[in-house]
Design a protein around this ligand. Structure first.
Ligand code: SF4
Length: 629
C-alpha cells in the first residue's frame, strides 16, 4: 500500500478536530480522519470538504445552518519560510456560494501547537462570546464587554485578559453589524479579508477566538525537515528578489501595474492613475514605514508597520498599506496621498472591514453620486473622488449600517440592484464579490481569472497578468491553459498552509515544496497528486456553489458591462477591451480543458475521475440521467 493512502495520519498534522456548538455552548474533539488528509491535504481543502458536507443548500449565510471553518495545513507551524497561514471558510454572504479567505500571522501555528488542524463553529450563540482554546481546555466565555469595540482594542484587551502568548482573531463593529464584506482581524493588521467571513462570525456572536498551544507539530523526518528548511532560508536570502522586493512588500508592484495600464482608477473607469509615484512602494518605505512585520517564520516580511498622519483626522499606526489597499483607496477612490490611504486602511482594520470591497463600494457610491443616481439627501453630504473626508464618512457609515451605509453594507451587486437607474454598469464585481486591484481590459488571462475564480472577483487564485504581459496581451491562445495551471498551483499553497509569496515574488522554485512534503508527512505523494487534490477542491467548490446559487456557472462567469463594453479611455491601455465574444471563446476553451459542460459545470466523468461520485449524483442526479453537453 502506498503510504498516505488514507489509513494512518501522516506527519504534519496535529491530529484533532474541534467542533464548537455555539447554540448550546458545548464542544467536542474528534480525531482528524486520515482520508481527509489524504484527499484534501489541509487548509483550503479541509474548509471545502467540511462546508460541502455540513451546510445544506438553502442555508442562509447569516443563519444558524451556516458554519465557519478554520483550518491549518500540514506545513502550518512547521518552522519554514511562510508557515504562518490559516484558512477561513464559510457560505459567503457576499455571493451565497463557496467563500474563503486566507490569513497570515501566527494564529494557524497556534492552533497546530494546541493540537488542532480544523475548527468548526456551528449554530448561533445567545450572547457575544470569545472561544478560548488553551491546549486541551476549550471554553466559551462571555464577551459582552468587548461587543461594539474595534478590532485593535479588542485584540489588545484580550491579550491583557488572557495572556500575551495567546494568538487572537477578532471581528469589529462591521462584523457585528453583518456588513457583507466584514473581515476577521489578527495581529493588529493581518486579515482574512474576503467573502464576508467576519459577518458570519458576527451572525454567530463570536467576537473573538483565542488560542494558545504548547505542543510540537509531529514530523515524519525531523532532521530532514530541519536540514531542508535551513537550505530554503539560505536560498531565499540569496535570491535577487529578496533585496528588490522585500523592502517594499506587495506595494512594489504599484509602478509596474500603472505602467502596463492595469491600475483600477476612478471606479474602474480607467486603468492608469497619474500620481501613482506618490503612492508607490518607494514612498511607503521612505515616508511611512517604521519597521517590517511578518508572519511566523517569514524571511521576506511584506508587512510594513507605518505611521500615518491626516491633518483632519490625526495620526495612526497601521500595517500597510499593501498593494490592494493602495490600488483600491488610491487609484479607485483617487486618494493621492499615501498617508490618507494608510489612514483609511487603519480605520477599516479597526472597524473590521475588508479594504478591497470597502474601497470598491465607496468608488461605486461616489460615481453614483456624480451621475445623480444617489442624491446628497440620501447620502447625508456631498462626496467626491480624491476626498479623504468622503471616504472616511462612508467607511464609518457602512461599518455602522447607518443611513446610506445600510445599503452600501450589502456590497455593490445588491446596492446597484436596489438603486437601479443603470447603476449595475458601475458595480464592479463578479458573482457579488467586489473586484480587486487589477483592471483587466487589456489582460485576457487575468480577465478569465476574475471571471472564473471560485469565490467571485478575486486575483489570488490565478495572478495571470504577468503571463498576459509576457506572452502578448492581444493573444488569447494559451491563456485558459495558464489560468487553470495557476488555479491549481496557487490554491495548493492554501491547502498546504504556507505562503505563496516566496514562490511568486522571490522566484522560489516549486521543487522545494515537492521535496519538503514527503519529509514533513512521510507520504510518497507526488507533486502531481498534490495538484490533483487541488483540482478536486476546485471542482468540489464549483459543485457547492452550483447547488447553493441558481445560475452559478457560465452565466455568472462574467465581468460587469463596463469592463466588457467600454474601451479603456486613456493611459497605456487606451482603447483596449476584451469583447464579450473574446470572453466567450476564452470560457469555451477553459470549460473544455477543465472537463466541464459548455454551461460551466463539472461533468459526471470529471467528478468521477476526481473521486467525487456522490457529488456528481447530487449535481446531476443518478447515473443514466441526461446531462447537458
Ligand atoms: Fe506573511 Fe508576507 Fe511573509 Fe507571506 S510574505 S509569510 S504574507 S509576511
Amino acid at each position: 500500500m502506498s503510504r498516505g493512502a488514507g489509513k494512518v495520519l501522516p506527519g504534519g498534522y496535529a491530529g484533532r478536530v474541534l467542533e464548537v456548538d455555539l447554540t448550546h455552548g458545548t464542544h467536542k474533539v474528534s480525531p482528524l480522519a486520515p482520508e481527509l488528509a489524504d484527499q484534501y491535504i489541509g487548509g483550503r481543502g479541509f474548509v471545502a470538504r467540511t462546508l460541502y458536507d455540513t451546510v445544506p443548500p438553502g442555508a442562509e449565510p447569516l443563519g444558524p445552518e451556516n458554519i465557519v471553518v478554520i483550518a491549518a495545513g500540514p506545513l502550518t507551524g512547521v518552522f519554514l519560510p511562510g508557515c504562518g497561514k490559516t484558512h477561513f471558510g464559510t457560505k459567503s454572504p457576499s455571493t451565497g456560494g463557496y467563500g474563503d479567505s486566507n490569513m497570515g500571522g501566527h494564529f494557524g501555528p497556534g492552533l497546530k501547537y494546541a493540537g488542532y488542524d480544523l475548527v468548526v463553529l456551528k449554530g448561533i450563540s445567545p450572547q457575544p462570546v470569545v472561544v478560548v482554546i488553551d491546549d486541551d481546555q476549550v471554553s466559551i466565555r462571555p464577551a459582552s464587554s468587548y461587543w461594539g469595540k474595534g478590532c485593535i482594542e479588542t485584540e489588545a484587551g484580550l491579550k491583557r485578559d488572557l495572556g500575551e502568548d495567546f494568538e487572537i482573531v477578532v471581528i469589529g463593529p462591521a462584523g457585528e453589524n453583518l456588513v457583507k464584506y466584514a473581515c476577521i482581524g489578527h495581529d493588529f493588521g493581518r486579515q482574512a479579508g474576503r467573502t464576508g467571513v467576519g459577518a458570519v462570525l458576527g451572525s454567530k456572536r463570536v467576537k473573538a477566538i483565542a488560542v494558545r498551544g504548547t505542543r510540537a507539530v509531529p514530523l515524519a523526518d525531523t532532521k530532514g525537515v530541519y536540514a531542508l528548511g535551513k537550505e530554503m532560508y539560505q536560498a531565499c536570502f540569496a535570491k535577487p528578489g529578496f533585496k528588490s522586493w522585500t523592502p517594499y512588500g506587495t506595494a512594489e508592484v504599484v509602478n509596474w501595474v500603472n505602467e502596463v495600464g492595469a491600475f483600477p482608477t476612478r471606479n474602474f473607469k480607467t486603468s492608469y492613475f497619474a500620481p501613482y509615484k506618490q503612492i508607490n512602494g518607494e514612498r511607503l518605505r521612505a515616508d511611512l514605514r517604521i519597521h517590517d512585520k511578518g508572519c511566523a517564520g517569514c524571511p521576506i516580511p511584506c508587512g510594513k508597520w507605518s505611521r500615518v498622519k491626516v491633518p483632519s483626522s490625526g495620526e495612526a499606526l497601521v500595517e500597510g498599506p499593501e498593494y490592494e489597499t493602495i490600488a483600491m483607496f488610491g487609484g479607485d477612490c483617487c486618494l493621492e496621498k499615501l498617508d490618507e490611504i494608510g489612514y483609511a486602511n487603519h480605520v477599516c482594520d479597526d472597524l473590521g472591514l475588508d479594504t478591497i470591497s470597502a474601497a470598491n463600494v465607496i468608488a461605486f457610491a461616489i460615481e453614483c453620486f456624480e451621475r445623480g443616481v444617489l442624491s446628497k439627501d440620501q447620502i447625508g453630504r456631498e462626496i467626491a473622488f480624491g476626498d479623504i473626508a468622503s471616504v472616511l464618512y462612508l467607511v464609518r457609515k457602512i461599518a455602522g449600517r447607518e443611513g446610506i451605509g445600510d445599503l452600501l453594507a450589502e456590497g455593490v451587486k445588491v446596492a446597484s440592484q436596489r438603486l437601479g437607474q443603470g447603476s449595475e454598469r458601475y458595480a464592479i464585481h463578479v458573482k457579488g464579490l467586489e473586484w480587486t486591484g487589477y483592471e483587466s481590459r487589456y489582460a485576457p488571462a487575468m480577465m478569465l481569472s476574475y471571471a472564473t475564480a471560485d469565490i467571485g472577483a478575486h486575483h489570488n487564485r490565478s495572478w495571470a497578468i504577468t503571463f498576459d504581459v509576457a506572452k502578448g496581451r492581444e493573444e488569447l491562445a494559451g491563456k485558459a491553459e495558464k489560468v487553470i495551471e495557476l488555479q491549481h498551483i496557487r490554491p495548493l499553497f492554501d491547502c498546504l498552509g504556507i505562503c505563496r509569496l516566496q514562490w511568486v515574488e522571490i522566484g522560489f522554485d516549486l521543487e522545494w515544496y515537492e521535496r519538503l512534503f514527503p519529509l514533513v508527512t512521510g507520504t510518497d505523494k507526488t507533486w502531481g497528486q498534490l495538484l490533483q487534490a487541488s483540482e478536486r477542491v476546485w471542482n468540489l467548490n464549483r459543485v457547492f456553489s452550483a447547488r447553493h446559487v441558481p445560475g452559478w456557472g457560465r452565466a455568472m462567469d462574467r465581468p460587469p458591462a463596463r469592463l466588457l463594453e467600454e474601451p479603456v479611455p486613456d493611459g497605456p491601455a487606451k482603447g483596449k477591451l476584451i469583447t464579450p465574444q473574446q470572453l466567450d471563446s476564452l470560457l469555451d476553451r477553459y470549460y473544455e480543458l477543465r472537463g466541464w459542460t459548455a454551461d460551466g459545470l463539472p461533468t459526471r466523468e470529471k467528478l468521477a475521475e476526481l473521486g467525487l461520485e456522490r457529488e456528481a449524483t447530487e449535481l446531476w442526479g443518478k447515473p443514466g440521467r441526461d446531462m447537458p453537453k
